[in-house]
Design a protein around this ligand. Structure first.
Ligand SMILES: [Zn+2]
Ligand SMILES: [Zn+2]
Length: 393
């Protein structure tokens, strides 16, 4: 989560609480929203899921008194959300005619500082009057950020369970310049415009506004010779790879939480969580309903009428199913235990749906035989329909 998010999101509104709400009220409100919007209670409802995520994000910040204070300070500095890209409230109190993208690198300029994640530190250095980015006043331990990622699994892997290496990219501090953006051997210089404060004050009518210094982008320092590694941004994209075990039976759309596998905490704080969104690629033969695996098998009319033994594939072999004589189209046969095997050893079934196929063409011999069959077969049982037809016509 970036500080830009902080500016644009009203966490109090998300939880439906007042800005002055107590920690207890916030906890209660969060529990209520989380309960109502939990994905388990709202399967396949993207709005509920969105709400659930937003509530977790809001609670993450508001439940931590330090982060809540930073959030409040940032929101008041930037005018409580009136401050947005394309915001029109140029002259209003609280609405600042300043494009957030200037500051957050949305314009793609080479001077941007950390692509988001580092901003919390940047702002805390502003608020604590720090002279340079990365030299924030000491704060308590902070929990690492939660990380969301998406993984596509093959149908068979999802059914059987699989361990996959997962590569995550996250912004980190440049090791060459330790985040100050200056070429090794040089130092960032105090910004001549804001004299290191990172903010400038501007008067407009009877209002006075503080805004992040445009010259140094709020950092308080400027870099004359840029670090060759990060091109002066102080941040680099770091990748880390970990093996993630997906349990047998994981389903499409499921969200797996791996506690403590998110971004590392700061100053001894616990790591955040990793949330993995699972997509399961469809199989060309099999479908799935919960722990049952489904398969549709075409049979001829003669097979359905006379009965037959069918050899059908399962997920890991084949099985013979007896089709009794006189089996109607659409009948579902069950091969017990041939579905998804879960970790507790219980298994779903393979559900085989018989689809009686009507031939589009017949040979002359087949037609003759069928006509002779028809003559010797009682008519279909639709007297009740014929009676209704007579009554209405
Ligand atoms: Zn660097
Ligand atoms: Zn400045």
């Amino acid at each position: 989560m970036s500080s830009k998010d902080w500016i644009e999101k009203d966490f109090y509104a998300v939880l439906g609480v007042d800005k002055a709400a107590s920690a207890d009220d916030i906890k209660k409100a969060y529990r209520k929203v989380a309960r109502e919007s939990h994905p388990d209670h709202n399967p396949g409802d993207p709005k509920a899921e969105e709400r659930f995520k937003a509530a977790s994000e809001a609670y993450n910040v508001l439940s931590d008194s330090g982060r809540r204070r930073e959030y409040d300070e940032m929101r008041s500095l930037f005018g409580s959300g009136a401050f947005r890209r394309n915001a029109r409230g140029g002259g209003q109190p609280g609405g600042m005619p300043f494009d957030v993208s200037d500051m957050f690198g949305g314009g793609g300029g080479g001077d941007r500082r950390f692509g988001g994640a580092g901003f919390q530190d940047l702002f805390s250095s502003i608020f604590s009057g720090g002279q340079a980015g990365g030299q924030a006043a000491p704060r308590g331990p902070a929990r690492g950020r939660d990380v969301e990622t998406e993984v596509a699994l093959d149908f068979g892997d999802a059914v059987r369970g699989v361990t996959l290496p997962l590569t995550l990219r996250a912004p980190g501090v440049c090791d060459t310049c330790h985040g100050n953006g200056a070429k090794p051997g040089t130092q960032p210089q105090t910004c001549p415009v804001c004299h290191g404060a990172g903010v400038t004050t501007r008067n407009q009518g009877s209002f006075s506004f503080s805004e992040p210094c445009r010259n140094c982008q709020g950092v308080g320092t400027v870099v004359e010779e840029k670090c060759p590694e990060c091109h002066g941004s102080g941040g680099v994209t770091k990748t880390r790879t970990m093996n993630v075990r997906f349990p047998a039976g994981v389903a499409d759309g499921q969200r797996i939480r791996l506690a403590g596998r998110g971004e590392p905490g700061e100053r001894g704080g616990p790591a955040g969580d990793l949330f993995v969104h699972v997509k399961v690629r469809p199989d060309e033969l099999f479908g799935r309903t919960g722990d049952d695996v489904t398969l549709t098998v075409p049979v001829t009319f003669a097979e359905a009428v006379l009965g037959t033994d069918l050899r059908v594939p399962t997920l890991d072999g084949a099985v013979t199913l007896r089709v009794p004589p006189g089996t109607p189209s659409g009948r579902v046969l069950r091969a017990r235990g041939k579905g998804v095997v879960r970790r507790d050893g219980q298994a779903g079934d393979l559900l085989v749906t018989l689809d009686v196929v009507v031939p589009a063409r017949l040979s002359d011999e087949a037609r003759t035989a069928l006509e002779s069959f028809a003559e010797q077969t009682p008519p279909a049982a639709r007297e009740h329909l014929d009676a209704r037809v007579r009554r209405v016509s």
